[in-house]
Write a protein that binds this ligand. Sequence first.
Ligand code: SF4
Ligand code: SF4
Ligand code: SF4
Length: 439
Amino acid sequence: MDMVIPKPMDVGVRDFLNRFDFSACMICGTCSNGCPVTGTPGMGGWDTRKVMRMLAYGMVDEVVDSKFPWLCTGCGRCAYSCPMGIDIPAVMGHMKSLRDRDKVPGSLHKGMANNLETGNNLAISKEEYLSGMAELGVEMAEECPGFFVPVDKQDAKVLFFPNSKEVYGDFEDQYWWWRIFYAAKEDWTVPSEGWEAVDWALFTGNYAGNKKLAKRKIDYMKQHNIERMIMPDCGGGSYGCRKGMDTCVLEDPNNEVGFIYLYDYLVQVIREGRVKLDKSVNAGRRFTWHDSCKHGRELARHFGKGFYDEPRWIVRQCVDDFVEMSPDRGLNYCCGGGGGMWPMPFEDESAWHARHKYDQIKRSGADVVVVGCSNCRDQIMKRIPKYYKDYKYEVKYLWQLVAETLILEPWEQDMVARAEAAAKAQWERLGVELDTTEY
Ligand code: SF4
Ligand code: SF4
Ligand code: SF4
């Protein structure tokens, strides 16, 4: 083997890496043992332990040029177990940040740039977005009289961020949250601009972008005097949003705004009796819960609280037959779609990563896997069955399960009339013409 001579390092990189004591690394390999990337075909034996050693020897360029950091989903399983507390996902994220932006794999950087420029990853125009919201609202109102999507509502209690893939194509996936808001008679709103829930800044190691996206949300909350935002469902989105918000608050404490995680929100509306559930609709099927790393392990590690008990409580309010996957909670395996792996051009590697998840699902014997993150959902619903075919299961969002289980009670006549008048005024104000006689 060639001798490795430690190289002089760029000052900025050295300062970042100095936050971690690589000399403390015992080369124990616990991180590599727990990391699903280990053994990825075609990676020539790269693993986290090797990367940590390379960085200790100053081989930053070699790591930055390699595919390894991009195969890291940021699931945090390595750091959870590292006896020396080295924040390996943060190191991988930093290696991503050192890549030239035109060499970021796939569409991630473009989506990120779109988001900063146009307010969403897919550069959907404001007109298209608003007319979609208006028309879908009219469709929804057939089942839920008085329903419409409130846009830029001043003093609303809850702010909700749509996910561009739903606004662009999977339109009806938005109905589940809307159904919950309708049943709970929530005072909610969405932004007319800068509405994207997903934050690819985190996935590309773009710290400046991450901060800008969080600040946009903070400014919107303040301008519209909104009580609290529901943190985006996407694991990366909510974790990225929390990170960016923290940076903004550190710079200026006036940037503090109210927020609530979707788990706490759902627990609240169920506990308060604002949403009533009928478990019988789910009888005869066995359900399991997939712990999203970014809502569990990583949130706990960085912010002191991961959502493990709340989603289980919510699922149990909806179903009688619940089983755990093994391992679960802090030791759960990532689905393989995180850190931008779902949209990145590394499908085989992502499927390799997912082998543990598939095995867990199969061993659970569940008919339905319930998830709390849109990345996890795409990966478990679309990519895993493409590669692993012998065990069949369904995938549902947690809020989909709640929306499908809730007992829908139409609003009183006067409330419907008030809502219809508000909808008419709103769409007129926003210049949206509805192709309908409703409202
Ligand atoms: S688990 Fe921690 S101490 Fe062990 S090899 Fe990995 S980074 Fe080093
Ligand atoms: S965060 Fe997950 S994927 Fe990344 S190195 Fe750690 S265990 Fe592996
Ligand atoms: S996609 Fe889901 S399971 Fe995978 S890293 Fe993200 S949150 Fe974790």
